[in-house]
Design a binder for this molecule. Sequence first.
Ligand SMILES: [Zn+2]
Length: 76
Amino acid sequence: MISRAVYRYVSHTIRHVPESGVSYETVCTAAGCGAESGPQENQDSAQQWALRHSGRTGHHLFRRVVSDHAQVTRAE
Ligand SMILES: [Zn+2]
């Protein structure tokens, strides 16, 4: 018995989905801290959280995460 598989290249595109929004998050990188702003709807809120956290703790290095949604569409 002969098995055969046929593979063909199918083109796909990926694009940002504006209606799904963008979220901004700031994470403290100080050893043992792990505090984070959680997803915010705007960048200023995430940054304000970092400023407040730094003022309270003296931690001064943060990782910023920007997330969006993307949709993959198969070409016809
Ligand atoms: Zn911290």
